[in-house]
Design a binder for this molecule. Structure first.
Ligand code: C2E
Ligand code: CA
Ligand code: CA
Length: 572
């Protein structure tokens, strides 16, 4: 069942159900089977048996997804008591609730004694009564089995996540064709609510979100759990639209908080692909919810779509192809010249090494689409080492050919700082190729510094003690404080491209650049501006006292051969 536009917000008033359940009806009279089947078929899947023996066979085969048995007592082929006794003695069947169908009072007592949970008297009551008793029996048995098996979350009364996953897995097993959505509901900066308003308001809020999650999942056919402190999972039949959930949350939460404080992110992974495991589907729902800013005000929804799916497939391909690519030398390095502009005429200063992937199927793949991916998946170390070694080998070749080389900078990823062999490896490739450590510059992104100051600081100090030069890359992207900058061991600041793009005489961006240049002078380090594309930008930067420039204005990244020619020209 899906929400239609007239659905009322008060979902509690609608009939509540979890996932569609299956009921076994056992009766030797076809007419009784038909009557009960017709009453229940709208809300349940029905299985029929015409005698006790057949019922037991079905029970054994389908026990995992039968929620209830409606059992006639008097049948020629295996009576109801036989079924009750068989079920009570079987560990795997005894928790399936049974309602007996009978015309006699004495039989009721006897069947309750033998494990039935309720009875329906023939001739039957109204359909509404029958439905209500069936539902209540199922709900009681679920609640009982949840509490018995794993307990519930004490604050919210929702299922625990263990039971939730178990339940969802069972559901998948028996409803392979049902489209199901994985939904993640996440309250951002929840700790602030506790700090600002106190714990009881926080608890209240959690309860209200939990209640909403439960009502939503029940009315859509599904289940909900509290995944951790401020995060809820829902596993529900596919919905085409989640705006109602958003509105429910806004309405409910606004009784406790101002709507601006209700930073709730909703991520939906519609199971349209059926290729992912349950955990992966919730991971994707979480990932898509993370695309919403943590600073949003009022609840927001993001749905995993085909484009994200394509991207994921593409990334999986790239990851899978990496080993082969390394073996077959599909990775290449290019060199982007850096020019010293402090004198009247610009002079070649060095180059930054940048990686390129010549993929046999996708053509040239940009590092922005695979480096962050390899970083996330712990594969970047190998690639970085490959690039550093290529760079060092190339410097040796230039020295052999031209009798000289220029400093070359390589990018160092943040994970490299946690590699205890980093320094030895770098020293090794320098020694192998007969170059000096001060000719190999290391570009370390500013955000790596701000991630973990003490770790990076001690590693960088070690590197500098050996003579390596360290440039702080992408400066301005992160948030180094002035205080931190003064204590950081660095040899140059590399200004992030974003600062250069919009500079014009006397505009705000230009003042920012001038300010950074002042900081660098105060620290006594040169500034490298990257991404310089135009003559205007170049002149503005030169006038402001920038030391080194890298960008399309001088040159795009070039091959080793082309860069060798620049070295030769500048040396000659
Ligand atoms: P990055 O270190 O900030 O490198 C500068 C990027 O700006 C390069 O892109 C370069 O081609 C581009 N660029 C240079 N001048 C200009 C310009 O004037 N205009 C514009 N629009 N762009 C310019 P690329 O080569 O695509 O590299 C992107 C990022 O990938 C790099 O940013 C770096 O973070 C990463 N990367 C590239 N090679 C390596 C590597 O060997 N190791 C590691 N760890 N990361 C790498
Ligand atoms: Ca760089
Ligand atoms: Ca950079």
């Amino acid at each position: 069942m899906t929400f239609d536009s007239n659905a009322r917000l008060d979902i509690g008033a609608k009939y509540e159900k979890d996932f569609r359940r299956t009921v076994l009806i056992v009766d030797d009279e076809p007419v009784n089977l038909r009557i009960l089947g017709n009453i229940l078929k709208e809300e349940f899947d029905i299985v029929f048996a015409q005698g006790g023996t057949e019922a037991v066979t079905i029970l054994k085969e389908q026990k995992d997804f039968l929620s209830l048995v409606l059992l006639d007592l008097y049948m020629p082929d295996g009576n109801g008591y036989f079924v009750l006794d068989t079920m009570r003695e079987d560990e795997t069947l005894k928790n399936i609730p049974v309602i007996v169908l009978t015309a006699e009072k004495t039989a009721e007592v006897e069947s309750l004694r033998r494990g039935a949970v309720d009875f329906l008297r023939k001739p039957y009551d109204s359909p509404e009564v029958i439905k209500a008793r069936v539902k209540r029996s199922i709900e009681l048995s679920i609640d009982r089995s949840i509490i018995v098996e794993t307990g519930v979350d004490s604050l919210t009364g929702l299922m625990t996540k263990e039971f939730f996953f178990q339940y969802a897995r069972e559901y998948d097993k028996f409803h392979p064709d049902q489209k199901v959505d994985a939904v993640v509901l996440n309250f951002c900066k929840f700790h602030l609510i506790n700090e600002l308003y106190g714990r009881s308001v926080g608890d209240n809020l959690i309860r209200v979100i939990a209640m909403t999650a439960r009502e939503m999942s029940r009315s859509c056919g599904g289940v909900a759990c509290r995944y951790n402190a401020d995060c809820f999972y829902m596993y529900i039949e596919h919905q085409s639209d989640y705006s109602l959930l958003k509105e429910m949350l806004i309405q409910r939460v606004s009784s406790i908080l101002t709507p601006q404080d209700a930073r709730i992110r909703i991520g939906v992974y519609p199971d349209l692909y059926r290729s992912a495991t349950l955990e992966q589907r919730f991971d994707r729902a979480t990932a898509v919810s993370n695309t919403i800013s943590r600073n949003i005000h009022s609840p927001h929804i993001a749905v995993y779509d085909n484009q994200m799916h394509e991207k994921e497939l593409y990334e999986a391909r790239l990851l899978g192809d990496m080993d082969k690519a390394l073996k077959e030398h599909q990775f290449m390095v290019v060199f982007q010249p850096k020019y010293d502009i402090t004198a009247d005429t610009p002079k070649l200063f060095g180059a930054e090494v940048l990686i390129r992937w010549k993929h046999p199927e996708f053509g040239f793949v940009r590092p922005d689409s695979f480096m962050p991916l390899f970083e996330e998946n712990g594969r970047i170390k190998e690639l970085d080492r490959y690039v550093w070694r290529e760079a060092a080998k190339q410097m040796k070749r230039w020295k052999d050919m031209y009798g000289t080389s220029v400093p070359i900078s390589v990018n160092v990823s943040r994970v490299d700082f946690y590699d205890p062999d980093l320094l030895d490896f770098l020293k090794g490739i320098v020694a192998e190729n007969g170059i000096r450590t001060d000719e190999l510059h290391l570009e370390i992104t500013e955000t790596a510094y701000t991630d973990s100051v003490t770790q990076i600081k001690s590693v960088v100090e070690g590197l500098r003690n050996e003579g390596f030069k360290v440039e702080m890359d992408d400066f301005g992207k992160g948030y180094s404080s002035l205080n931190m900058l003064t204590s950081l061991p660095i040899d140059a600041l590399k200004l992030d491209m974003a600062f250069i793009t919009d500079i014009e005489e006397n505009n705000k961006e230009m003042s920012m650049v001038e300010f950074i240049l002042e900081i660098a002078r105060f620290l006594g380090v040169p500034v490298i501006a990257e991404g310089v594309e135009s003559a205007d930008q170049y002149h503005l930067l030169k006038k402001a006292g920038c030391d080194i420039i890298q960008g399309y204005y001088f040159s795009k990244p070039v091959s080793a051969v082309e860069f060798g020619q620049l070295i030769e020209k500048s040396a000659g």
